[in-house]
Design a protein around this ligand. Sequence first.
Ligand code: C5P
Length: 304
Amino acid sequence: MTVIRAVAAAKLNLYLHVLGRREDGYHLLDSLVGFATAHDVVEVESTPYFSLSLHGPNALTLLMEDTDSNLVTRAAKGLAAALGRRPEVTVKLTKNLPLASGIGGGSADAAATLRALCALWDVPPDSPAVLDLAARLGADVPVCLHARTAHFGGTGTDLAPAPALPEECWVVLVNPGVAVPTPAVFQARDGAFSAPARLEMEAADAAELAGLLKDGRRNDLAPAAERLNPVIGQVLAALESTTGCHLARMSGSGATCFGLYTCADRAVAAAALISRARPRWWVQPGALLNDLSGLEVLEGATLL
Ligand code: C5P
């Protein structure tokens, strides 16, 4: 039986501006999204019934929840319904990324499920039915389905090309173990709305990228997330204090933060230092990616 594997990489909002609020409460955003090497893995295989199996270090919370509410189930059943077929498939999710943590874990899993099932069922992943379903599953699903460095606008659905990120750009991801509900952070946000700040030029290295990101670009959700969860301030301070960290910033609505480094050794040393000081925090060194092809080769995944 053919097993198709797709990777669900952590998405990082390198900056995130809130431009306004729609009548329905959703916010209009402007963000530069890149992907990191930290990832979940989704495998799909045809079976005469639907089933979801959960594995990996962060599967426990999901195991306690109703399977039908899992974004992977909603992606698989939603795609089957859109194509007028039965969801006769078993999906295996290996959950490495922390949940509800601003790096799009659930959205990345849903997007990887769509990519894997499109390959299994021979459907182009950029067909209107798939793109429409992605947008309905969640604000971060379209960019995770795109799986390449991109700017997004609107509520997350309007994707636009962005300059490539530097080839050698190392990151450390740190999550302090608090799950942050996105709606609460949007509600707690105050202050004026921001202007869009799309990146026009390619940065040569991590230091230059950090300079561009510091130049009038922020995560507008960070002050509210920090007020709700003061530990986020400690995470940022821990990253900033490490040697070689050019920029420390929160991703999405938190609580995961990332540091940018020019040098892999410095990123690994920073991660080791933070892990030793805070053994309960989730700390992952890795690299920034412009697309997921390298990761898919590493995981022996079908290139989708
Ligand atoms: O789409 P997703 O499930 O990721 O969004 C979670 C919540 O975050 C929404 O219910 C909404 O409260 C808030 N949100 C928002 N504006 C966006 C995206 C999300 O207000 N563009």
